[in-house]
Design a protein around this ligand. Structure first.
Ligand SMILES: *Cc1c(COP(=O)(O)O)cnc(C)c1O
Length: 370
């Protein structure tokens, strides 16, 4: 573990962005597969260790397009413990979300529960690597193979996460990424679909450009999901700093771990080997033994201007557009329900100062509380 505390600016140096802007102004190629777009697709593919990558204007449109690209119909088994966009993408495709419970160790979709939820209408599994923690990918793939289902990953949290030196983005039929401002790697707004098959990438590229296969051929009712040159240029610059950003997040995560590991009633998540974690979030569980409830701690921190987040609370299955589904019943989702009521994600970002970190820790430590 690194002892030195090194912060990394939240944004790259502005002066380094100017030459990119000058080039855009000179070439006047603003979007539609420009030179920065092509460069970023290739550089990101190399960085992440994936063969086919298609950039998008955001992660949600990437998700919606991913389902279209694989022609997903009927029921899709998914998790209620994620950001709303995961399930919303199913509604936008007129698929029926079927929620199953999560694994208490990884907070990811529980493969045993997936198998039990399969019906003749099931066409796919939509899994999420929550907080960048890998799903049980081999089990999920086995189930998908046995039942002839597509396996799709919402990997919005899993930028740069590897297992045994292999990107976890290479599991399943495809994975989507988000490059939203709040994610580990951002282009302000942005996203991508990662897949292994050149023909599938071709179809995805048509779909994100209204379905145009050439000037006069429209192959499907595609959408406008294109990333523009401004976003792509920013992405290239951000890529120069991503390793340092992940490293400073790692230092902060280790600092939290050391300071919080022995506090009764606080539960930390497992840590992974170097390179197998991107430290995108720092979730803790506030259990009964802790002197405050989760919400009391959340409010206490807010009073000190510390903005911890209750990710993911409420569960997606509790929102009005989902709660009528039989799979949304809390009795079907006991683990997810409990975790969503205990979880708190602590501030973690590359320019979090040591002073702020100490203040956060001091406010969580129980000395003096009863
Ligand atoms: C951020 C996020 C998305 C949506 O990505 P956008 O780029 O904001 O559209 C989807 N799924 C998960 C799990 C996310 O965290």
């Amino acid at each position: 573990m690194t002892k030195t505390f090194v912060t990394q600016p939240f944004l790259p140096p502005l002066e380094e962005f100017i030459p990119y802007l000058e080039k855009i102004w000179q070439e006047k190629w603003l979007t539609n597969n420009g030179s920065f777009h092509r460069q970023l697709e290739s550089k990101l593919g190399d960085y992440l260790g994936v063969s086919q990558l298609s950039l998008f204007t955001n992660g949600t449109i990437a998700l919606i397009t991913a389902l279209q690209a694989l022609r997903i119909t009927g029921e899709v088994i998914t998790t209620p413990y994620t950001f709303v966009a995961t399930a919303h993408s199913l509604i936008w495709n007129k698929n029926k979300p079927v929620f199953v419970d999560i694994d208490p160790k990884t907070f990811n979709i529980d493969p045993d529960k997936v198998e039990a939820a399969i019906t003749p209408q099931t066409s796919a599994i939509l899994a999420v690597h929550v907080y960048g923690m890998p799903c049980d990918n081999n089990r999920l793939q086995q189930i998908a193979d046995v039942y002839g289902l597509k396996l799709i990953y919402d990997a919005a949290h899993a930028f740069g996460v590897n297992q045994q030196n292999e990107s976890i983005l290479n599991y399943g039929d495809l994975s989507i990424l988000s490059f939203h401002a709040t994610k580990v790697y951002n282009t302000f707004e942005g996203g991508a679909i990662v897949c292994k098959d050149e023909k599938l990438k071709q179809r995805i590229d048509y779909l994100k450009n209204f379905g145009f296969a050439d000037e006069v051929t429209v192959m499907a009712a595609g959408i406008n999901g294109k990333m523009n040159e401004f976003q792509a240029a920013l992405g290239l610059l951000q890529l120069d700093y991503i390793d340092q950003c992940i490293a400073s997040r790692g230092i902060i995560a280790n600092y939290y771990r050391d300071a919080l590991k022995e506090i009764p009633g606080l539960k930390l998540l497992p840590s992974y080997a170097q390179g197998e974690e991107n430290y995108s979030y720092f979730p803790i569980l506030i259990e009964a033994e802790y002197p405050l409830t989760r919400d009391e701690l959340y409010l206490k921190l807010r009073e000190q201007d510390i903005y911890a987040r209750r990710y993911f609370y409420p569960l997606i299955s509790e929102f009005p557009m989902y709660r009528g589904l039989s799979s949304a019943d809390a009795k079907n989702l006991p683990v997810a329900k409990q975790v969503s009521e205990q979880v708190l994600c602590l501030p973690i970002y590359p320019d979090l100062s040591e002073e702020s970190l100490l203040k956060i820790i001091k406010n969580i430590q129980t000395k003096g509380l009863s």
